[in-house]
Ligand binder design. Sequence first.
Ligand code: ATP
Length: 235
Amino acid sequence: MLGVEGLTVCYGPQVALRDVTLRFEAGQFTALIGPNGAGKSTLLRALTGLLGEYEGQVTYDPGHSARSCLCYVPQQQTLDWGFPVTVWDTAMMGRTSRLGWGRWPGARDRQIVADALKETGVYDLRHRHIGALSGGQRQRVLLARMLARQGHLLLLDEPLTGVDVTTQEQLMALLRAQADQGRAVVMVTHDLEQARRWCDRIVLINRRVIADGRPDAVYTPQNIEATFTGGGAHG
Ligand SMILES: Nc1ncnc2c1ncn2[C@@H]1O[C@H](COP(=O)(O)OP(=O)(O)OP(=O)(O)O)[C@@H](O)[C@H]1O
């Protein structure tokens, strides 16, 4: 459905990713796991088409373009939470980005946004300014915006950061359900155990792919060591 082939990304002399080939399928919930600076966010940005220069290819299946199908939830701290918009407006952005220029949201769009806010548990906060929310509430709003867009490819960069344990479980169940409904879900996380419980597939990455497969097959001491001791970066 979506993938990269031979992807190499450099920031000046720094190699962020080297010759990465991965394919993400509909109905699959994948966790991207690796240490800080492993290139996980860079990989997600490449998949969105936001990355400027790279070697290799980003591929979409025919009929699926990034423009119409993709939902990207960046790391919470990379966003401007002082921007003067409400929870409702933010979720509606997921809809308007889908509609395109010159088309105004109608009753159906408002219903979709209301449903997304209810599903993520922030409907009652819809009139609140986004700057007045807690970290967990902000994350729920970002997921509501993602749901409102109704895309098929969901890319999430550390969606559980700053979220309490109960909320984390709710959000993971929500993402699992998205995959079960036929969407491709790709999530960057640092939580190995949570990924094991909820995801079909784990990709261990440290500038290159160290291991890729079902959680039990991937979580070997050798793979974990190669990923987190830096062996992956130069090996
Ligand atoms: N815009 C940029 N300019 C220069 N270097 C960058 C840029 N973006 C990322 N890097 C570098 O590329 C490497 C990979 O960064 P990236 O953010 O993709 O890693 P990550 O695995 O998502 O890390 P983290 O878990 O800390 O979010 C890091 O060494 C980072 O410093």
